[in-house]
Ligand binder design. Structure first.
Ligand SMILES: [Zn+2]
Length: 404
């Protein structure tokens, strides 16, 4: 292990982060137990705990169980001390959530909006929704740790505010991170939507308690987010998990990316609704939506079932490869179409079984999202929490709580 030379302040900040993380994870723990696990001196632990208490992040919550001597005082994490904002910019909607420090949604707001083609209007809409949420809960900006923003584009770690010009050409000149920082004067973190769905499911949902998970977003775009050892895996340029552009049919349709037969051209929302129009007929002037497909499948419509069977078969080609490559403990499907549950999981598992090593398959559960449609927005808020639990200086210094 590398030996780092840090000054006393740096060391103290590092220990403070370590303790904060431990108290958050354990929910309640005694000073003595913290000292035992961290091998820090009791006086150092007491000083840091006093500092965290002063900041409103932890508090004494009564006596624990005695191990012979005096009953120890337990320290608990204050889940409601501060708020987190999560914003999801979808292809055709904006969702905003305000959560506490345990991923519980205090309030949420959603609006339909053609995000892909209208950056300025989408950002203004998001700003309105964020303000609506803050107002509804009477949360002043100074008690918000920061804002996470999920975007339907790969995000390069070196320029996290910029979208891929290939995927979102209209957003070429926009820096989402700068825009929100200016609008709200708080730290802003941006990441790909599927990455944040993965983070969300790992912290609070289907993969809770585990550290290796893949989340697949099934929507207008098809993307995957990977959690490896508890962290989002982004790859060298931020495009890890772009499974929508895996070629699954070399004679398939031409994709926006310039390649042919990408998964997204066969099972993205546009492809599904076109297929639904062919097989189910037009429903009104606009033709069937993904919602109609879900409702149809649930009502036993044979055409809807055929479309979802086909979707599972194609998706299985990508998921089979993914299991062989990464062997995640769990694969979680999100997006509106995943609400059909077993109707999609059955053909998907059958297709995966033909392509993945049986040992990979045996160790991986394939399930649908436990968090549903707000998984990604909650994941955006969780990105801020994860950063703040590592760098305690992100928490506002003065505890202010909610205003009256
Ligand atoms: Zn493509």
């Amino acid at each position: 292990m590398a030996v780092l030379t840090v000054d006393a302040a740096g060391m103290r900040a590092q220990n403070s982060g370590l303790l904060l993380n431990m108290i958050w994870r354990e929910r309640q723990i005694s000073r003595a137990e913290i000292a035992r696990r961290t091998e820090l001196s009791p006086s150092t632990v007491s000083a840091i705990v006093a500092d965290l208490e002063q900041a409103g992040l932890v508090r004494s919550i009564g006596a624990g169980v005695s191990r012979g001597g005096r009953r120890p005082t337990l320290i608990g994490f204050c889940d409601e001390a501060f708020s987190l904002v999560g914003v999801e910019l979808g292809a055709s909607h904006v969702t905003v959530v305000l959560t506490d420090l345990r991923g519980r949604v205090r309030t949420q707001s959603k609006a339909s909006h053609a995000v892909r083609g209208d950056p300025e209007g989408s950002l203004q809409k998001a700003k309105e929704l964020v303000q609506e949420c803050l107002d509804a809960e009477r949360v002043p900006r100074r008690s918000v740790v920061g804002m996470g923003v999920a975007v339907p584009s790969p995000v390069h770690p070196a320029s996290p505010g910029k979208m891929s010009p290939l995927i979102l050409p209209a957003w070429k000149h926009v820096d989402v991170k700068e825009w929100f920082e200016t609008a709200f004067d708080m730290p802003v973190f941006v990441d790909n939507d599927a990455n944040l769905g993965a983070l969300s499911e790992c912290f609070w949902g289907a993969g809770s308690g585990g550290e290796d998970l893949t989340y697949i977003k099934l929507a207008t775009g098809i993307g995957a987010g990977h959690i490896i050892h508890g962290d989002v895996y982004r790859g060298a340029g931020g495009t890890a998990g772009e499974i929508g552009h895996i070629a699954v049919d070399s004679n398939g349709p031409l994709c926006v990316c310039g390649l042919r037969g990408c998964l997204v051209t066969l099972i993205g929302s546009t492809a599904l609704t076109e297929r639904a129009r062919e097989l189910m007929g037009t429903r009104g002037r606009k033709g069937p939506t993904v919602r109609d497909l879900v409702d149809g499948a649930r009502a036993g419509d044979a055409a809807a079932k055929t479309i979802i069977d086909g979707m599972g078969a194609y998706l299985g080609i990508a998921v089979g490869g993914l299991l062989n490559l990464l062997n995640p403990a769990i694969v979680v499907l999100g997006g509106e179409i995943s609400s059909v549950g077993e109707m999609l999981l059955d053909p998907l598992r059958a297709s995966v079984r033909q392509r993945a090593l049986s040992v990979s398959m045996a160790e991986t559960r394939i399930v649908t999202s436990a968090l549903g449609e707000r998984a990604i927005a909650v994941g955006a808020a969780t990105l801020v929490l994860q950063a703040a639990l590592r760098d305690r200086s992100l928490f506002p210094t003065q505890h202010v709580g909610r205003s009256a």
